[in-house]
Design a protein around this ligand. Structure first.
Ligand code: ADP
Length: 542
């Protein structure tokens, strides 16, 4: 027997429709790319998003067509999102920090018909435009007064473009499983892969993000997503904030410590979200200028591990932290380290221990850890294995890639290696391609790196597994020393000794002038593995 409830498809534009109806006067404040602070509200955003839909419809953009955005977090970008999705077209957010060839590859793979962009990115696009045959026109998020001369095909200022519409238009309706948005993974290994979100997955993900133990904001709060709209849905905030009527403050192109601080302060922001690099810049600015954060209550931090010292700095200023883990393929929320019983009682260092984990999943994310033979491992907080996930906002395939990416039980392998404790708190110990497999046992490269950077002379450390005739692989520690500082191999080994299991100790240490990084700032281990592929451990002959 079927239930007798209404068939009410979960469509993204219902969110902005709700925001306009119930929270219409709630503000959306932006530091515009042109410079000045711009203020609007959810009712206006909804009205202008409808004009975007109307213009796209008139330009014959149809259900399933891809429309790219390469843009900062601004009110215009948000309007474009809802406008694109509101006719069943697919909003393809492109990461402008990728190399121009990667951007071209991604736009061609997605076959984007329209590109919407900021003034900032016109020069990059002009350089690659002749390699983008599918793109019919460029819409620049600005007005006539700021519109530059450009060679981009059929370029028009966004304000001129939407001025052609009267807004007398209705959102389209379609099945909730229709694709709404796409985002390519950065492709550190191989070509980038297109993750294709559906309306249903985005709406359900927004509901997951809305819980007090998730992003933690509600209608009386003000949220500043420093995390970009092009970084996995800005962690769901572009849907979550309007769905709850949370005031939004959008930072535009300026993500440096001083600019972010100014917005946090003047707009009395209560909640903010971003990657550790951003918080490092903010904390440095605060320390250098002896500032305070009187309004801020919560910093959500994810994308890479949040250092303990950073957690402590925020706590010392009376700001809660919420360490989060996720990935593009998960829309992206996977886990969040809210404190729940019995940990909510913890204080001091043991409280920090829990806040530093990647946290537990909200309802809608299922996790398991497995060994190489796919056998499930216990949730004991010690055993680590491949972290696999399933849920209604987790990928089941990549765009135009004909390969199964799920295991027999329908779980997606995150590529991370983790422990899970009996209360569901997950801790990342490595990426699966980086974990060192020594005599059948696994050694966490991240744990060794974190330990090594604790040595006062070490600027950065990377650990890779190198061939060993007896153990298959053993850890090699690669160290970049701080400028003007010195330390020997023995100094660092002595510093690490006793802090980890004996068999985890690196077999050797090499010193380098610089450690290579990816476009997104992660250590480029493939390059290090290449550089040291003929390396022999001094003790390996034995
Ligand atoms: P990409 O994989 O394309 O670089 P993602 O943003 O999807 O981009 O990255 C997801 C990966 O980032 C995760 O699989 C994990 O390895 C890492 N990551 C994300 N959040 C955290 C975190 N809080 N701690 C440690 N690693 C994290």
């Amino acid at each position: 027997m079927r239930g007798l409830m209404q068939d009410w498809p979960l469509l993204c534009h219902r969110i902005i429709e709700h925001a306009a109806a119930v929270h219409g006067t709630q503000e959306v404040v932006t530091r515009s790319v042109e410079g000045p602070i711009h203020r609007t509200n959810y009712a206006e955003i909804r009205n202008r998003a409808l004009k975007v839909s109307q213009c796209l419809d008139r330009d014959r953009i149809k259900l399933g067509d891809r429309v790219a955005t390469i843009a900062w977090n601004t009110w215009r970008h948000l309007e474009a999102w809802y406008g694109i999705m509101g006719i069943g077209a697919i909003c393809h957010t492109v990461n402008p920090r990728l190399f121009p060839e990667q951007i071209a590859w991604i736009i061609n793979h997605a076959e984007d018909r329209v590109v919407m962009t900021d003034l900032t990115f016109i020069p990059i696009l002009e350089k690659i435009a002749d390699k983008l045959p599918s793109v019919e026109r460029y819409i620049v998020f600005t007005d006539k007064a700021h519109m530059p001369q450009t060679t981009l095909k059929n370029a028009i200022a966004y304000e001129d473009w939407i001025a052609q519409a009267d807004g007398n238009f209705k959102w389209k309706t379609f099945d909730e499983n229709t694709a709404a948005a796409m985002c390519y993974t950065s492709g550190t290994t191989g070509d980038p892969k297109g993750v294709l979100y559906s309306h249903r997955s985005n709406v359900l993900h927004a509901l997951m993000a809305n819980s007090g133990d998730s992003l933690g904001a509600n209608a009386t709060d003000t949220m500043l997503p420093v995390v970009p709209l092009f970084h996995a849905n800005s962690w769901g905030i572009a849907f979550s904030a309007p769905s709850m009527g949370t005031k939004l403050v959008l930072p535009g192109a300026k993500l440096d410590g001083a600019s972010v601080y100014e917005l946090l302060d003047t707009e009395k922001v209560t909640h903010t979200a971003g990657v550790p690099t951003v918080w490092l810049m903010l904390l440095n600015h605060i320390a250098a200028n002896n500032l305070k954060l009187p309004h801020l209550r919560m910093v959500v931090c994810g994308g890479s591990a949040m250092p303990r010292s950073m957690i402590k700095s925020f706590l010392d200023m009376g700001v809660q932290v919420r360490h989060a883990w996720g990935m593009t393929e998960m829309s992206p929320i996977g886990t969040l380290a809210a404190l729940k019983p019995p940990y909510s009682e913890f204080t001091g260092e043991s409280r920090l221990d829990i806040l530093q984990t990647q946290g537990y999943p909200p309802f809608g994310v299922q996790m398991k850890i497995t060994d190489d033979a796919d056998k499930e491992l216990p949730w004991d907080g010690k055993t680590f294995g491949r972290l696999k996930v399933s849920g209604p906002a987790v990928s089941q395939a990549y765009f135009r890639v004909d390969a199964n990416i799920l295991d027999e039980e329908g779980y997606f392998d995150t590529g991370d290696v983790a422990t899970i404790d009996k209360h569901g708190y997950m801790r990342i110990t490595d990426r699966s391609k980086d974990v060192i497999k020594s005599g059948g046992e696994w050694i966490s490269s991240i744990d060794l790196e974190n330990l090594a950077v604790g040595h006062p002379a070490v600027a950065e450390a990377a650990v890779i597994g190198v061939y060993h005739p007896k153990w298959d692989e053993r850890p090699l520690l690669i160290v970049q020393l701080k400028q003007g500082q010195s330390a020997t191999r023995e100094d660092i080994l002595k510093f690490m000794d006793g802090k980890i299991a004996k068999w985890w100790m690196p077999d050797d240490i090499v010193f380098v002038d610089s450690i290579p990084h990816t476009a997104t700032g992660k250590i480029l281990k493939t390059a290090l593995r290449d550089q040291f592929k003929t390396y022999n451990f001094p003790t390996a002959a034995a």
